[in-house]
Design a protein around this ligand. Structure first.
Ligand code: AMP
Length: 423
């Protein structure tokens, strides 16, 4: 065992998996930039207070934060999510609304590591600040859906719910608390503790002991005001019009006080139920205000990259792209020819690699095979004298004639020849 290893819950993402991560973000960027979202790149560190505004009642903020006092005496934290940073940026820069942004980056939460749950994990997401329109809710939910489709995932279930207006929600929370209090003896110890902090969160309990009591709990839908009911109906009509299947899940109540109206979650049906949330989001109010800005409605989602890729593995889609070059230069004359030729090839847009340390022809050919290149270009003393290079197909099936015939090509025609052969 080496002395130093990644710390628990943190991983090195090596090639070719890292190329898959990059493509994941590229596909996401394509999906959302087509819809007018621009990328926000914000710092990994923020003042601890930025995150405390998300809500002191959540584990993310109270237990899982990587926070410390820096050399200037500031109490700062590694971000556990990006919505708060986006809202902080909005207040700081006051862009024109609606402000439609997307992001990608690592988040940090001191959680118990397991499959699909890490201490450093990546998310992509979008947020829109300054528009309160059910059509926007539909646009956002649809973009997430479209993104999963673009990856090739089919085993994704969309759950939606509405928390109503803040007053509806407050009345619901009071009714829920009263109901749980009345049935306290049937609740698990953990849920009793949760009840004191946030009755909504009791609905998240996956403990068997709580199942029956949760099933009989009052439903938020009974508390909707007319406005809330109309908003939610419009969202459902919009999703149906776009042909996006969804299930209304009354228990989908985000614990944070800021959430109102639409909430949603994408579940990966192939994943273990404890870690099957691929992503989720919802509408929120008051977050911008609590960070010192004007009252501004917001809505967004965050999708977990790590977990979504596990779902891709399960479905056998969105594989890591093969890290292959097109041409491998084999130079048996010392290596300077390979240096010149690979530089020339790369400048012409052809991915090219070579061997180092003046290895034998046999060893260089082995490296050429391993590289996945379609062609080896071989240069020996004889070729230099004749002003040619030997082009040897390494994968006959990929060559234009399908036979993989080796040819000797004049050096001044070589790039042209390879460009044609590879096209
Ligand atoms: P949240 O910000 O908690 O709503 O999480 C949004 C998404 O991020 C989840 O659906 C997961 O896919 C992902 N996620 C959250 N926490 C973790 C974690 N500790 N490890 C890996 N992915 C995570």
């Amino acid at each position: 065992m080496p002395e130093f290893q990644t710390s628990p819950g943190m991983r090195d993402i090596l090639p070719p998996e890292s190329a898959r991560w990059r493509r994941f973000v590229e596909v996401f960027a394509l999906t959302v930039e087509r819809a007018g979202y621009g990328q926000v790149i914000s710092p990994l560190l923020e003042d601890l207070g930025v995150f405390q505004r998300i809500g002191d009642a959540t584990d993310v903020v109270t237990k899982e934060m990587y926070d410390f006092v820096d050399k200037g005496g500031r109490h700062i934290a590694l971000r556990p999510e990006l919505t708060a940073s986006v809202c902080r940026a909005f207040v700081q820069h006051r862009p024109v609304t609606p402000w439609k942004v997307w992001y990608h980056g690592s988040q940090f939460r001191y959680e118990k590591p397991q499959r699909g749950r890490y201490r450093q994990f990546d998310q992509v997401g979008i947020e829109v600040l300054g528009a309160d329109d059910p059509n926007l809710d539909v646009e956002i939910i649809a973009l997430g859906w479209e993104f999963y489709r673009a990856l090739g995932l089919t085993q994704v279930k969309l759950l939606v719910n509405s928390l109503g207006e803040p007053e509806d929600r407050a009345r619901y929370v009071a009714a829920l608390a009263a109901y749980f209090e009345a049935n306290l003896h049937q609740l698990s110890d953990d849920s009793r503790t949760t009840l004191q902090k946030n009755p909504l969160r009791v609905l998240d309990s996956k403990r068997e002991q709580d199942a029956a009591i949760i099933a009989g709990a009052p439903r938020i839908a009974e508390f909707y005001s007319e406005k809330a009911a109309a908003h939610f109906a419009a969202v459902q009509t919009g999703l149906a019009a776009l042909g996006i299947p969804f299930t209304v899940e009354a228990k989908l109540v985000r614990g944070l006080d800021y959430y109102r109206h639409t909430t949603f979650e994408y579940q990966g049906l192939t994943l273990d139920s404890a870690q099957n949330a691929l992503g989720g989001g919802g509408r929120y109010d008051g977050l911008v205000e609590s960070l010192g800005g004007p009252a501004t409605p917001g809505i967004g989602f965050a999708l977990g990259l790590d977990r979504t890729l596990l779902a891709c593995d399960d479905e056998g889609v969105f594989a890591a792209p093969a890290a292959e070059v097109s041409v491998f230069v084999v130079d048996t004359t010392g290596g300077a020819e390979a240096l010149a030729l690979t530089t020339q090839l790369r400048a012409a847009g052809i991915a090219a690699d070579r061997a180092y340390e003046n290895r034998s022809m046999k060893s260089q050919m082995k490296a050429a095979d391993r590289s996945g290149a379609t062609y080896a270009v071989i240069i020996g003393t004889h070729e230099i004298e004749a002003g040619v290079a030997v082009v040897r197909p390494l994968r006959a099936e990929r060559t234009p004639d399908g036979e993989g015939t080796q040819s000797s090509v004049p050096r001044n025609l070589l790039i042209d020849h390879l460009q044609k052969a590879l096209s």
